[in-house]
Design a protein around this ligand. Structure first.
Ligand SMILES: [Zn+2]
Length: 71
């Protein structure tokens, strides 16, 4: 867990929802990947972010940090 603490320190000026990387299980790779944020949009219901797996290109959307299939 030491490595995670170091990474949090480098992003301490951003809120968690604005992080540029996200550890998330990829259904295509069938294992945990470090997704990257491709886009972030402010909607009336909150912050919508799009994430992509760098290994296979699988993408998903989150709204206020909650997974959503409504792209
Ligand atoms: Zn993947």
């Amino acid at each position: 867990m030491v490595g995670r603490t170091e990474r949090f320190n480098t992003t301490r000026f951003e809120t968690p929802s604005m992080a540029r990387e996200l550890d998330h299980e990829c259904p295509e790779c069938d294992e945990e990947r470090e997704f990257y944020r491709a886009a972030a949009t402010h909607l009336h219901l909150g912050l919508k972010t799009k994430w992509y797996c760098p290994e296979c290109g699988f993408g998903f959307v989150r709204i206020n940090g909650i997974d959503s299939t409504a792209v």
